[in-house]
Design a protein around this ligand. Sequence first.
Ligand SMILES: CC(C)(COP(=O)(O)OP(=O)(O)OC[C@H]1O[C@@H](n2cnc3c(N)ncnc32)[C@H](O)[C@@H]1OP(=O)(O)O)[C@@H](O)C(=O)NCCC(=O)NCCS
Length: 419
Amino acid sequence: MDTPEFRRPRPDEIVEFLAVSVRSYGSDDSPDHLAWEALSNEPERSIGVVDGSRWVAGAGAFSLEVTMPGGAILPAAGVTMIGLEPTYRRRGILTGMLTRLHEDARDRGEPIALLTASETSIYRRFGYGVSADVARLAIAADAVRFDPPPADPGTFTMLDLAAPGSVDTIATIHDRVRRTRPGWLSVTPGMWAQITADPTWERGARSPLRGVVHNDRDGQPDGYALWRVEQRSEPDRLAGNTLHLEHLTGASSEVDTALWAFVASVDLVTTVVWDVGPCDPDIRWRLVEPRQLRIGPVVDMVWARLLDVPAVLSARTYGCAGTLAIDVADRFHPDSGGRFVVESDGRGVMGRCHRPGADVDDDLPVVTLDTADLASIAMGAVTPTVLAATGRLSGDRGAVGQADALFTVPRRPWWPIEF
Ligand SMILES: CC(C)(COP(=O)(O)OP(=O)(O)OC[C@H]1O[C@@H](n2cnc3c(N)ncnc32)[C@H](O)[C@@H]1OP(=O)(O)O)[C@@H](O)C(=O)NCCC(=O)NCCS
């Protein structure tokens, strides 16, 4: 291939286009699987490479929203389905596709791009930094006992995903909750269609998806959980099923707790495991025996790339009043780097960020870092002090302390759905 032809797939080409990425992940490329992948595809945001008449690379983006620290909502490009045929690697095709996806996101007014990475070695060079982690949570079902015992006024309704309206019910709960949780994302109707289709290749040796909705004292749905059960098949015939949570989303910490209590009480279940839970789960601080909750490994889930630094940093709150200059190195989009100034009037107030003009104040504290690390700090995934210790951020001691105080967040960002 001399000159790669980057272009969008036509509607009649979507399946062949998606097949390249699906194969690159080592997944099953049966017609059923490709049709399932197509459920969430946004063709007008897809970009790939054709060699002759054959697709050899593909990538796409979801039109998402992300909740910032402080609750502002930003439009975001959810970069997805990146994959190449093995013989086309290391010729700059990923670089070309990301260049186009970022350009497209900027044209759409999306100041931030997000992705979940197959390998953590790939995306830093393109300006992506870890912005949300997940932790594996595991606990014996009979250790799910709380002090004080929760007084839940709510009720539970089993969820039949095939029943009309059930997907809308959980999508509505999710949409309410994600607006209150920094780092959380919207889920498109196509993504919900994929999740709730519950295809066999998503199950492994586990059951189909089961679910429950929690209703408040007025009967209004305010939380839900989805899980699969792994049956124990030991000769001793003692009950020993593991319930693998996939989603547990409540409108409050109390609703989350009620959902934990519910899933731990499912008959024959002796262990509850959640591979994509929060790193600092509230229930640890409610358990009679907190050590019974095993937390880890902790793994990166979302990577963020700032496409418009002032737009992102002006859309969050800061921990104190103050002003900080930030010098940003951006190898992939040099025009997006340079000096920025962040100003905050105090805790809980939306900040402001701009490129300084000629009247720059030389007395401002300054930190210097890569745009990937700024993305991590902006979303609250790491503190400036930790990055300073690793050599990825520099500044005088006053500047690093000022950055810590400004960028502090009450909770570690977390997001449970791979895309
Ligand atoms: C990962 C993948 C998309 C890379 O595509 P590619 O077209 O080979 O990437 P490029 O040629 O644009 O590489 C750009 C740079 O990234 C580096 N790079 C690419 N893939 C890398 C990886 N997996 N690990 C480390 N570095 C990587 C290249 O070495 C190159 O560095 P250089 O500029 O210093 O030479 C491709 O190998 C692939 O399809 N892998 C399997 C599917 C997959 O993991 N997709 C990602 C889903 S999130």
